[in-house]
Design a protein around this ligand. Structure first.
Ligand code: JEB
Length: 246
């Protein structure tokens, strides 16, 4: 997978050099290219913003630098990428969308700043390629770079061979399957006692069916407490199937 990111803060994307994404890049599983939008702003001050038509607070990102940058990037690769535009007014970024994007060969992320990008840029490239406007949550950030870090990690960990244990993402919260839409339950490791606190006996019982049922029940309990909205959405049939498989 190729990932391009166009930003006025390239240093903000340094975390893509470390940990899971950094290792995937080093192994050649990910081709990540970070671009400074100001390289396509040709005036003396490399200006990328201007005042909004119609008045109002803040500044808007000018279309010309984005147009030159995206034209050059799209011409530099094979096929058509999906352009992912982080924005507070976008569709929710979900595990389902992460799975969909992880199957694409090429993603171009366009994290903006100020009040966003001139709408005509989204329209221009929406006429040419698949453009997705996406929000990582119902809160307001100052720009799109942190959302790109979130989305790249969520997508990269789904790529074959990126996570050490192939099963690691199959039991994720929100992952499709028998535990679909349930939050993960509590996890424990050695030592068996810590500050007078032990671990649930079932986890050292060696009875895999009981362990799986306990984990499912704990997942239900945590979901009911923290995300009751997911309980309504969960498919009861999936749990029956899960239980039958135990
Ligand atoms: N994804 C995502 C986001 C953002 C986000 C993303 C990109 C930009 C670019 C500029 N801003 C600032 C801004 C612009 C307009 C109104 N309010 C704030 C951003 C915010 N905020 N919250 C999220 N969940």
């Amino acid at each position: 997978m190729r990932l391009d990111v166009v930003t006025i803060f390239p240093e903000y994307l340094e975390p893509l050099n470390v940990s899971l994404v950094g290792k995937a890049r080093a192994r050649g599983q990910l081709d990540v290219r970070i671009h400074d939008l100001r390289d396509w702003a040709h005036d003396k001050h490399s200006t990328v913003d201007d005042t909004p038509y119609g008045g109002g607070p803040g500044m808007v990102m000018k279309p010309e630098p984005w147009g030159e940058a995206l034209d050059e990037i799209l011409a530099s690769g094979e096929g058509a990428p999906v352009i992912v535009v982080p924005t507070p007014s976008g569709a929710p970024f979900t595990q389902q969308l992460a799975v969909e994007l992880s199957a694409k060969p090429w993603l171009v992320f366009t994290p903006a700043r100020y009040e966003g990008i001139d709408r005509r840029v989204i329209e221009e490239y929406g006429d040419r390629v698949d453009v997705r406007e996406v929000s990582i949550g119902d809160y307001v950030l100052a720009g799109g770079e942190a959302p790109v870090l979130v989305m790249v990690e969520a997508v990269a960990r789904l790529l074959p061979g990126v996570l050490g244990n192939a099963a690691s993402h199959q039991d994720d919260s929100f992952a499709p399957g028998a535990m679909a839409d349930l939050l993960e339950g509590p996890v424990y490791t050695k030592p068996p006692e810590w500050r007078g606190r032990g671990i649930p006996d079932v986890l050292v019982s060696g009875h895999h069916g009981k362990i799986a049922r306990w984990r499912r029940d704990e997942a239900f309990r945590r979901t009911d407490r923290n995300r009751p909205d997911l309980i309504e959405r969960a498919d009861p049939a999936a749990f029956d199937k899960h239980d039958r498989a135990m």
